[in-house]
Design a protein around this ligand. Structure first.
Ligand SMILES: *Cc1c(COP(=O)(O)O)cnc(C)c1O
Length: 271
C-alpha cells in the first residue's frame, strides 16, 4: 500500500481538496446567495482600500418590494440587519421575521419616511428608526415610548436623517440644523440616538466627488455631535450611508452601515 501521508508532487493535497469540493457549495449564478457574496466582497475591498477594518461596516439589506420568501433567503445567508421603507411592508413582513427579532439575531430598521399616525406600528416591529428628521416627531415617539414603559434598555434606537444634498425631494434635516436636532433628540427619554443616516446625491458619471462630499458632511455632523459631549450623544456613532451604486464612496468616508437592495435581489420593478 502506498504511503498516503506523503503528498505526491503531481497532485498536492490542496488541489485534491479543491477538485473534490461538491458543486453545491457554490451558490447558483444570480441567486441571492451569490449576489450577497459579491456585495460582501465589495464592502470588504472598499474597507481595505480605505485602510479600515471590514468588520466596521455592516450590511443592511434593503427589502422593499421583496417577498417574505426572498427576505428569508437572505437571512439564510447570515444577514442580520434588514431595512424597510414603508410601514405597510414592515408590518406585512413582521410575522416572517418576528422570531429572529425576538431572539436578538435580527435587527429591523425603518429606513423610509415615517408619518406620525404610524408610530405605533413602527414601535411594534422595528428595532431602529433611521429617519428621524424633526423634533416634533421625536417628541411624539418619545412620549409613546415613555407611556409604554420603553425607557432605558428598552428605548427605541433612532438615527437622525440628514439631507446632505439640499434636494427638496429628499427628507431629512439640513446639515446646519442637524447637530441641534440630534442633541435635542439624544436628551429625550425612550429614545437612544445611535447615529446618522443620509441618502447620497445621484451618482451620474462624474458626480463622484459631489456624492463623497455629502457623505463627508454626514461624518462631520456626527463628529460634531460626539464632540459636544451633550447628554445621550455618546452612543451616536453610526453612519448609515451608501447603497448599491455608491457604497464604496460611503465606506471611504466612514460608513458603518451600508443599505443595499438592488445588488442583493436584482433590479426592482419600476414603482
Ligand atoms: C431602496 C433603498 C436603499 C437601497 O437602494 P439600492 O440602490 O437598491 O441598493 C437604501 N436606502 C434607502 C433609504 C432606500 O430606500
Amino acid at each position: 500500500m502506498p504511503d498516503q501521508s506523503q503528498p505526491s508532487a503531481a497532485q498536492p493535497p490542496t488541489a485534491d481538496r479543491a477538485a473534490a469540493a461538491p458543486a453545491a457549495a457554490q451558490p447558483a449564478p444570480g441567486s441571492v446567495a451569490e449576489r450577497l457574496a459579491v456585495v460582501r466582497g465589495r464592502i470588504a475591498a472598499a474597507a481595505v482600500a480605505a485602510g479600515r477594518d471590514p468588520g466596521e461596516v455592516r450590511l443592511l439589506v434593503a427589502t422593499k418590494t421583496q417577498t417574505p420568501d426572498a427576505v428569508l433567503e437572505a437571512l439564510a445567508q447570515g444577514v442580520d440587519l434588514i431595512g424597510e421603507n414603508r410601514v405597510q411592508e414592515l408590518v406585512a413582513k413582521a410575522p416572517a421575521v418576528a422570531g429572529r427579532v425576538a431572539d436578538g439575531s435580527l435587527e429591523v430598521h425603518m429606513i423610509g419616511h415615517l408619518q406620525r399616525n404610524k408610530i405605533n406600528q413602527v414601535l411594534a416591529t422595528a428595532t431602529c428608526l433611521e429617519t428621524l428628521d424633526s423634533l416634533d416627531l421625536a417628541q411624539a415617539i418619545s412620549d409613546r415610548c415613555v407611556r409604554d414603559g420603553r425607557t432605558g434598555d428598552r428605548a427605541l434606537e433612532v438615527m437622525v436623517q440628514v439631507n446632505v444634498t439640499g434636494e427638496v425631494s429628499k427628507s431629512g434635516v439640513g446639515p446646519d440644523d442637524a447637530v441641534a436636532l440630534a442633541t435635542a433628540v439624544a436628551a429625550l427619554p425612550g429614545l437612544r440616538l445611535t447615529g446618522f443616516m443620509t441618502i447620497g446625491a445621484r451618482l451620474d458619471g462624474s458626480a463622484g466627488e459631489t456624492v463623497r462630499a455629502g457623505f463627508a458632511r454626514l461624518r462631520a455632523v456626527r463628529d460634531d455631535v460626539l464632540a459636544s459631549g451633550a447628554p445621550g450623544t455618546g452612543s451616536a456613532t453610526e453612519l448609515s450611508m451608501g447603497m448599491t451604486g455608491d457604497l464604496e464612496l460611503a465606506i471611504t468616508e466612514g460608513a458603518t452601515i451600508v443599505r443595499v437592495g438592488t445588488a442583493v435581489f436584482g433590479p426592482r420593478p419600476a414603482p
